[in-house]
Design a protein around this ligand. Structure first.
Ligand code: FE2
Ligand code: FE2
Length: 472
């Protein structure tokens, strides 16, 4: 089971050849996917050799091999994590029953919606990032961008497999629709807000990988708990790929911060723009933006949908099976933030309807650990500055805080107060134009743009000056 069959048109570890109907459906979808990749995948570079990793098994140890591949030749396929023998539904009303191998009829449309919403984010991010190759700060970063892109493409495959294998004709229609929507398109946008934003520069890209891909991690982790076993197995393997995306984000920002500190010390100023660096205040503004739009992805604080997904056994909590409680949550409560006039307070709410907020809490704690690591770099340089996560109520478009203006430190303010200050909190047109002005390609092996430090080490034990993308 662990090994992946690469001898077939569609690499897989699900014995695809045994299910001719499914195999035909996916073989019919494959050229449409490739057409989408050519139209909406990375601009340029499609004929270049890129040092990519490809899954060769789904074992915890050594699941990937590295080698030069042209992106359109990447072996996108269907890889499920090893099944857990005797797995059960671990929470909700069906707790203790054997995990479902087929979709329970009563949950068909709910589950389909959950899968489509997750699936839609995968091609969306590829579309958002498609122009970044032209302005890469190094070959190392260019390779990482493309690695993320091909894996998001594979995540689309992962979700399309579930749709085609388990949702019949509806599933096939959804699979087509996943290739029809376009990030940022007014007529046929992607489903979720953050996936219609632009990713116009590399600072945004690294922030996206840190904050928005991390939302993906938390959504996948709660779907990996699903009582619907094929979805669980699919998501568990996706999570192993996702870890690299967050690595790209966290280390990317860390290297920008590192370079900012070096320039500050060298020039004895925190105004780095004339020295071609990204000042920490600008980093903070981009952080505020990407954090807040990603917080929205978790949905409303109080959500009967979230309660229903849980009770039905479809979507669990982060690390559900590690938690020591009844996994039913009917009588328990959870602390949620709420608005009391001009003040943000907390109150106890039913645990089931608070599941979005609980997942958001897990996410915020994870983000905070990354920010602390960035701050260590600043501290090491003896610089008195601290990056901070904005308050969860800041700049929200979904949930109870969507209707109020809140400062990054969590004070409810007036519209006039917001108008006077938001330029200090979020990237302005001027900031964006400055960042854009830094986006000049650096493509000589081992060279890096002035605004970002080299990484501590290369990919897969290769040196930093390795030719990660062959441009010649
Ligand atoms: Fe993904
Ligand atoms: Fe990702």
């Amino acid at each position: 089971m662990a090994g992946i069959d690469y001898t077939t048109l569609i690499p897989n570890n699900v014995n695809l050849h045994e299910n001719r109907r499914l195999q035909r459906a996916l073989e019919d979808w494959q050229p449409k996917f490739l057409e989408w990749w050519q139209d909406m995948g990375p601009t340029g570079f499609q004929t270049k050799d890129v040092y990519l990793r490809t899954a060769i098994s789904v074992d915890a140890q050594g699941w990937a091999k590295f080698g030069y591949t042209r992106m359109p030749d990447y072996r996108w396929g269907i890889f499920l994590a090893e099944p857990e023998p005797g797995r059960q539904v671990n929470f909700g009303d069906h707790k203790g029953q054997p995990a479902w191998q087929e979709v329970p009829g009563e949950y068909r449309s709910t589950l389909r919606r959950l899968i489509v919403t997750q699936g839609d984010t995968e091609p969306a991010s590829v579309e958002q990032q498609r122009h970044l190759g032209r302005t890469c700060p190094s070959l190392y970063d260019l390779r990482n961008l493309f690695q993320v892109n091909v894996e998001e493409g594979r995540h689309l495959w992962a979700m399309v497999y579930i749709l085609d294998a388990h949702f019949g004709r509806d599933g096939r229609e959804e699979s087509e629709a996943l290739l029809q929507r376009r990030s940022g398109d007014a007529d046929k946008p992607r489903i979720l807000g953050a996936f219609n934003e632009k990713t116009p520069d590399w600072l945004s890209f690294f922030m996206f990988c840190f904050f928005t891909d991390r939302d993906g991690k938390y959504q996948l982790a709660s779907l990996a708990e699903s009582g619907f076993d094929p979805l669980s197995q699919t998501c568990r393997f996706m999570l192993t790929e996702e870890a690299h995306h967050m690595f790209v984000g966290e280390t990317g920002i860390m290297r920008i911060v590192q370079r900012a500190c070096e320039l500050m010390r060298e020039h004895k100023t925190d105004d780095l723009r004339k020295h071609g660096g990204i000042d920490l205040r600008t980093v903070q503004k981009y952080l505020n933006f990407h954090c807040s739009v990603s917080l929205d992805l978790f949905g409303s604080e109080i959500s009967t949908n979230a309660a229903n997904f849980y009770t039905a056994g479809l979507k669990g909590r982060f690390e559900e099976t590690k938690k020591q409680d009844d996994h039913l949550l009917k009588g328990s409560t959870y602390t949620v933030a709420e608005l009391d006039g001009e003040r943000i307070v907390t109150r106890e709410e039913g645990a089931l309807v608070s599941l979005n907020e609980r997942l958001r809490d897990d996410y915020v704690a994870d983000c905070a650990r990354g920010v602390a690591r960035w701050n260590e770099v600043i501290k090491k340089h003896g610089i008195d500055f601290e990056l901070r996560l904005p308050h969860r109520a800041f700049h929200r478009a979904i949930g109870i805080f969507a209707d109020v203006r809140v400062s990054p430190d969590g004070q409810v303010i007036s519209q006039a107060g917001w108008d006077a200050k938001h330029c200090d909190w979020l990237p302005t047109e001027e900031d964006k134009a400055f960042i854009q002005s830094l986006m000049r390609p650096v493509t000589e092996p081992g060279k890096f743009a002035n605004w970002i430090a080299p990484p501590a080490r290369g990919i897969n034990g290769q040196p930093v000056d390795f030719e990660y993308v062959r441009l010649a």
